[in-house]
Design a protein around this ligand. Structure first.
Ligand code: FE2
Length: 262
């Protein structure tokens, strides 16, 4: 039998009905761009931001099942949404020595991009290379840093698995957005009026019967979706874009969160 390309293999599998225990289950196999979904979420806006749109994108894992062609497709998808700002969660790269030229050359979202690093960007204490490339490529890179973005306070923290997070950046009055790669760290973000954007879990990525088989450290409590607490504290966990361990997603399509500020 002739070898099938990965894309042909995925197309062949996509939409396969699986019969198990007498029940036919719909199984969706996908990878980016394939079935990428844009999921709208309404969030409260600080002064001057009502009516604006922010896209949150996470876990590209550039270099593993996501290369220059996928980067070009993602850039076009983002442009089509005409966002005012793009927030990029961690795991921009699949490993900390990755060359990002093929990603950054195609990254033209039509607005600024603010990025904070994830564990795959920083693993083994190798923090510099991905961060330097992101900065050189025009991404506003926040690594234990905060910026006031026209009245919107943005805080970028490094992966909690790789470096201490400077949580004091979250102190002080006013509404703020925190980019913090691992969702389960939300339990330690005690400041009020805080929106935490996380990825890391890939929503489980491979989810037979809708349940994740494997979840990462600091991504087992808040796997996917929206969580709220008193004090106007909200956590949004994105299923992300890319893959790890296997170049496929099962019942868990790539996802862009579209934050509509109201
Ligand atoms: Fe990841």
């Amino acid at each position: 039998m002739a070898m099938m390309s990965r894309r042909h293999f995925l197309r062949t599998l996509a939409g396969t009905g699986v019969a198990a225990a007498g029940v036919t289950l719909w199984t969706e196999v996908s990878s980016f761009p394939g079935t990428c979904v844009v999921r709208p979420v309404k969030i409260p806006a600080p002064a001057g931001w009502a009516g604006k749109t922010i896209l949150f994108i996470s876990d590209l894992h550039y270099g593993y099942a996501f290369g220059p062609e996928e980067a070009k497709a993602l850039s076009a998808r983002v442009q089509a949404e005409q966002p005012d700002l793009v927030l990029m969660g961690g795991d921009l790269a699949h490993h900390p020595q990755m060359d990002l030229d093929g990603l950054l050359a195609h990254w033209k979202p039509g607005c600024p991009t603010v990025y904070a690093p994830g564990n795959h960007d920083m693993a083994g204490g190798q923090t510099a290379r991905i961060i330097e490339q992101a900065r050189a490529g025009g991404l506003v890179t926040l690594n234990n840093a905060a910026e006031d973005w026209n009245g919107l306070k943005l805080i970028g923290l490094p992966s909690a698995l790789c470096a201490p997070q400077q949580l004091s950046l979250c102190d002080g009055p006013g509404w703020k957005i925190v980019l913090g790669h691992e969702p389960d760290v939300w339990d330690h973000y005690a400041a009020p009026d805080l929106l935490h954007l996380a990825g890391h879990t890939h929503g489980g990525q491979i989810c037979p019967l809708g349940q994740a088989l494997v979840l990462p450290t600091l991504g087992r409590k808040y796997v996917h979706g929206q969580f709220s607490r008193d004090g106007n504290r909200t956590l949004l966990v994105s299923a992300g874009i890319g893959c790890i361990a296997a170049p496929v997603r099962l019942n868990c399509p790539p996802e862009i969160l579209k934050l509509e500020l109201v």
